[in-house]
Design a protein around this ligand. Sequence first.
Ligand SMILES: [Zn+2]
Ligand SMILES: [Zn+2]
Length: 421
Amino acid sequence: MDDSPLTFLDEELPDAESVADTDAPPSLIIDDADRYSRLRLIPWWRQERLAAARVLVVGAGALGNEVLKNLALLGVGTVYVIDLDDVEPSNLSRSVLFRTEDGGRGKAEVGAQRATEINPDVRIIPLKGDVITDVGLGLFADVDVVIGCLDNREARLWVNRQCWKVGTPWVDSGIQEIQGVVKVFVPPDSACYECAMTERDYQLLNLRYSCPLLRRDQIMEGKVPTAPTIASMMGALEVQEALKIIHGLPVAAGSAMVFNGVTNQFYTTRLPFRPDCLSHETYPKPIELPLGALRPVADLFAAARQTGLAGPLTLALERELVVSIDCPRCGWHSEIHRPRTRVSQAESICPTCNEPAQPEIVSALAEDSPLATRALADVGIPHYDIVRVDGVDESAFFLLAGDRGWLEAGPQETPNHPMRA
Ligand SMILES: [Zn+2]
Ligand SMILES: [Zn+2]
């Protein structure tokens, strides 16, 4: 390795033994017909691990494009990508996978298509939807690592809590102008995203919760200006950390890697671990039920009883449900049945009195509720979710495994955001 450009780093480089597993040792034969031949020369590299890996990418904007591109180059076996938005002209200066003619198509769908062109070995499943309301916890449990390519605190906090519940590592990034940060979180022991949240972060989140219903565009944290160069740097760093997690190599869990592109300063800082952090709830392994989100809530209660859960049963709604909106003045009543984050402020204005009416918001559903006859999807439970049912003195966790086919079927639509043909 005398001609290595990184001889000064040799002591730091992991060797083949660093990857503790029973995988076959890397082949020493260089086969130029093998797409991955140069990667296999890295002593600790296990292409088979990458081919077997499953990764969830949350967001298909500037960062998400770079992450998808790199996951495709690496030959990661299965990638899920979720994004709510469509491609717009303003995305084209920062998104390597988008073209002018893609305008109006879903970002996740276009990103998946173009990344598959880079490497057809990789199966990329696009989901058009909101990570909070449209995709179940089962997906977070199934993947090896989640890569956050997000632009708002609310979604990051949600992803963080989901990952902690099921013990899945996640990598987060934030970029602005030509600065960026990448954070790696490994449950249950590392500091998490919420551990490092400041009072100011909570204030910005509480702005939303202090008002019963706020429009989605009001909770977005504005359009942050970013250069494509920082998106590709931070997106690459995110994927490189994911690569290490997939190989079982050590990562700087609970740390932030901060790059100041103005002064070219790069440093790593440990995030504080807060023992009382609200994100640290972990779920036991769920019981798999052959039910999907389109089945009635009552079927879930019946199945829960069969597993031995006793007493009056209650279904926890992790996504608070707006059941209806009522005007106390004139008696106007509007049925909603959508998660709180999905209800616009305009919907809560009484059309007669032209003033805000009162939403009825529930966070749990009893067995005798009239809503129990409705589908799980109608009370805000997404496909392939893991749900908690509380009995009189114990709780049980159930995976809606009946939705596994829905998830694996290919280009996806979610109940609230149908994909266009
Ligand atoms: Zn925490
Ligand atoms: Zn009214």
